[in-house]
Design a protein around this ligand. Structure first.
Ligand code: G6P
Length: 615
């Protein structure tokens, strides 16, 4: 989704801004732009629709230079993707003498009335965006303010909605004023130069030292100093930290796409996530944060909330928590949970799942849960310092490393690892027996190697993907904890190959989807060797009897035979408890190779964003 980069430095900042935007491309966007204050203290601006490369080419032909600048990648919400809607937006005494430039992530919900008020005051709008309101409102407030900081403080008080915004005034060229509420912003601290971004990733070439702003903060950033004011306008200190995220994390290495790199990183990502998770053969409660054991002892229900792929990992966790930890669990999509009146079972733990830790609906659901009486909160998250992490009582940090591909892969499997560890941690407080606990821990410890073996299916899956080249629809089937894995497989296929894919619990086949079966509808079946195997085999026969074409990912001991209508891909044998994690990998590979054949943009599929920071 939209990305922000800003810099105030002695050196020319154009290349820093453009490189920052490139590093945010993975989040999904449709246009981009940059504004720099030049040596004559004038705002110079270039904007383009399409890839950042278009903007870079335009800037190569007509470079902008100056030490203070802001840049943005836009994912359209208000107004079509067009040059006039792209940020930065400006305001001033007529467009030629604009002195205010603004970039913004989020949505100003009351932009309509504010726009009317500003029009009455004589401002002319040149875009359909809510963001242009910010530029004019700051300009308006500046007429009665001593400083840009004061004008921005007065401006944001008038907003309803979410914003992460950076404002420049060419009359005071060596500073940026930034404000956040509901949309993340991080300040990058350099030596006599400072930066701002919506994601640390953008600033890795220039700094590793970051300061996170809190909700409602407004900050003034100069080359030498950062002053932060909280929502009451009080000067506050915000902690800054060195982060050890690797610069290389954002390189593709030998791979053609980030997604492929990230699929193959899963054994390592899982190994890293398991680190610190155990004390010998016992679970390490500290991996969940301070007082985790006590908190787990006091709960009677788990409510999981997430969006997208993270929601699927929550659905798997429900099977684990109820069958292994003996605790009731419900799972809900965050955008549903936050807008309904729900019943809060006594002593409930709210568990949010998120790769980014910034998904607007998930964050809003957590805040609501706190208001309506949930006892404690835990998040399973891949980004240290993210909003969810900061606002939850407990955190389990997955160590997937930076995930760049929009379609989530390693974040999902590491989330599952975290959730299985959480299952043991809660189960132990509710009498899970030691043998069961040891078995799960052994399966988890063996998991990186099991995943390596699962990845050896790479070539056969590449060949099989050819069959999907001319298909428009597909069905994914699974049972038990593999049902959400079938859902995740279907989501991956539709996200990156644009083939319509639906997942069903195999037992539901007769209740409707069987009517769709013919030779044009490939059916993908997830079939580990567990107590549901015979039931699943009956479902396979139901499809076969109707002339369906099947692709079965099966345990080597499940004894499926390939024939004209059924292709079997044998997946490494594994303990049933970790099978949802293991069977995810072949499904990821399948969607990847189908997308390659279809020629789609694998890492940045159309219309999608990596981190959905607006609802
Ligand atoms: C977007 C991404 C998905 C992701 C979902 C939730 O839709 O494209 O890959 O699963 O957001 O994101 P989160 O960061 O909360 O896991």
């Amino acid at each position: 989704m939209c990305g922000i980069v800003g810099a105030v430095a002695q050196r020319d900042v154009m290349s820093i801004l453009v490189e920052g935007l490139r590093r945010l491309e993975y989040r999904g966007y449709d246009s981009s732009g940059v504004a720099i204050i030049d040596k004559y203290n004038a705002v110079q601006r270039t904007r383009r629709v399409g890839k950042v490369q278009e903007l870079a080419d335009a800037l190569h032909a007509n470079p902008l230079s100056g030490g203070t600048g802001i840049a943005h990648t836009r994912w359209a919400t208000h107004g079509i993707p067009s040059e006039s809607n792209a940020h930065p937006h400006v305001s001033g005494d007529g467009a030629q003498s604009a002195n205010i430039a603004v970039v913004h992530n989020g949505i100003i919900e009351n932009h309509g009335p504010l726009r009317e008020k500003l029009k009455k005051a004589g401002y002319e709008f040149t875009s359909q965006t809510d963001t242009e309101v910010i530029a004019h409102l700051v300009h308006f407030e500046l007429q009665t303010s001593e400083t840009l900081l004061e004008a921005v403080q007065k401006t944001v008080k008038q907003f309803e909605g979410a914003y992460g915004t950076v404002v420049l005034d060419s009359n005071t060229p060596e500073k940026m004023v930034v404000a956040r509420s509901g949309s993340p912003l991080v300040i990058g601290l350099g030596l006599d130069e400072n930066f701002i971004a919506s994601d640390m990733m953008a600033l890795l070439p220039v700094t590793r030292k970051f300061m996170f702003l809190e909700e409602g903060d407004v900050a003034q950033v100069t080359r030498f100093d950062v002053s932060v004011y909280n929502k009451k306008g009080k000067l506050v200190e915000r902690e800054s930290k060195e982060h050890d995220i690797s610069h290389e994390a954002s390189d593709k290495g030998e791979y053609r796409h980030y997604m492929m790199k990230e699929i193959f990183e899963q054994p390592t990502a899982v190994r890293n996530t398991l680190e610190n998770g155990f004390n010998g053969n016992d679970i390490n409660y500290d991996a969940f944060g301070h007082n985790a054991e006590e908190i787990f002892k006091g709960i009677e229900h788990v409510q999981i909330i997430a969006c997208g792929t993270s929601y699927h990992s929550g659905m798997v966790a429900r099977y684990w928590l109820e069958s292994l930890a003996n605790i009731s669990c419900s799972v809900e999509i965050a955008s549903e949970f936050r807008y309904r009146k729900s019943f809060v079972p006594k002593k409930s733990l709210i568990v949010t799942l998120s790769q980014s830790g910034e998904t607007a609906d998930t964050l809003a659901a957590l805040r609501l849960a706190k208001e309506i009486g949930y006892q404690s909160s835990l998040c399973v998250c891949n980004v240290p310092g993210s909003s969810l992490v900061r606002e939850s009582d407990l955190t389990f940090l997955t160590k997937a490393g930076a995930e760049i591909g929009v379609a989530s892969t390693k974040a999902f499997t590491t989330q599952l690892v975290g959730l299985l560890m959480m299952t043991i941690a809660i189960g132990k407080t509710r009498g899970m027996d030691e043998t069961q606990q040891n078995n799960i821990i052994q399966s988890l410890k063996a998991l990186p190697n099991t995943l390596e073996s699962a990845l050896t299916l790479d070539k056969p899956i590449e060949e099989l993907a050819e069959d999907f080249a001319d298909k428009h629809h597909s069905l994914f089937l699974g049972r038990g904890a593999q049902y959400p894995i079938a859902m995740e497989g279907a989501l991956k296929l539709k996200e990156i190959s644009y083939i319509h894919a639906e997942a069903y619990a195999a037992g539901e086949l007769k209740h409707g989807p069987l009517a769709l079966i013919d030779a044009k509808m490939p059916v993908i079946v997830v079939a580990p060797n567990n107590e549901l195997l015979e039931k699943l085999k009956s479902n396979v026969e139901e499809v076969r009897a109707r002339g369906g074409l099947m692709y079965v990912f099966a345990d080597v001991n499940a004894h499926f035979e390939s024939d004209d209508t059924l292709k079997v891909l044998n997946v490494v044998h594994c303990d049933d408890v970790v099978a949802p994690i293991v069977y995810t990998l072949p499904l990821q590979l399948l969607s990847y190779y189908v997308a390659i054949i279809k020629g789609t943009d694998v890492d940045q599929p159309r219309n999608l964003a990596k981190s959905v920071t607006v609802e």
